[in-house]
Design a protein around this ligand. Structure first.
Ligand code: HEM
Length: 123
C-alpha cells in the first residue's frame, strides 16, 4: 500500500480526470472566479482541462508526461489574489468531498496544490 503512488491510490487516470471535470465547472460558476474564464472559447477551455489533468497525473506520480507550460508562465499577469486562491481551495475541498477522497490522499493532493501557490498568486 505504502509503495503505491498517489496516482494509483487516487484511482489512476479516470479518477484524476473525474476530479478535473468536477472542479472546473465549480471554478467557472463562482462569481469571484468566473472572470478568469469569461469570453474564452470552448476549445481553449477543453485544452486547459486536458492540461490540468496531465499536470495532476504527472504531479501524483502517474505515467503521464506534462506538455504544458509551467505554473508561473501560464498564470503570469492574471493577477490571481490570495482571496481567489482561498476560493479555489474551497472548491477543491468540495470536489474532494464529492469523491470521498480519504484523508491521507486528500492531504497529499492539497499539499501538492499548495506547492504551486508561490508561482500562481501574484497580488
Ligand atoms: C485561483 C486559482 C487559479 C486560477 C484563477 C487559474 C486560472 C487559469 C486559466 C484562466 C488558465 C488558462 C490560461 C490560458 O489558456 O492561457 C489556466 C491554465 C492552467 N492552470 Fe490554472 N488557475 C488557478 C490555479 C491553478 C492550479 C492550483 C493549478 C495546478 C495545480 C493550475 C493548473 C493549470 C494548468 C496546468 C494550466 C494550463 C497551462 C498551459 O496552458 O500550458 N491552475 N489557469
Amino acid at each position: 500500500m505504502s509503495g503505491k503512488t498517489l496516482y494509483d491510490r487516487l484511482g489512476g487516470y479516470d479518477a484524476v480526470s473525474a476530479v478535473a471535470n468536477d472542479l472546473l465547472p465549480r471554478l467557472q460558476g463562482d462569481s469571484q472566479l468566473a472572470r478568469f474564464w469569461n469570453h474564452r472559447g470552448e476549445d481553449g477551455i477543453a485544452r486547459e482541462k486536458q492540461l490540468l489533468i496531465d499536470f495532476l497525473c504527472f504531479g501524483a506520480g502517474g505515467p503521464v508526461y506534462y506538455t504544458g507550460r509551467d505554473m508561473k508562465i501560464s498564470h503570469k499577469g492574471m493577477r490571481i489574489s490570495e482571496s481567489d486562491w482561498s476560493a479555489f481551495l474551497g472548491h477543491l475541498g468540495a470536489t474532494l468531498d464529492a469523491f470521498q477522497v480519504p484523508q491521507g490522499e486528500r492531504n497529499e493532493v492539497v499539499a501538492f496544490i499548495q506547492s504551486t501557490k508561490p508561482d500562481i498568486v501574484e497580488t
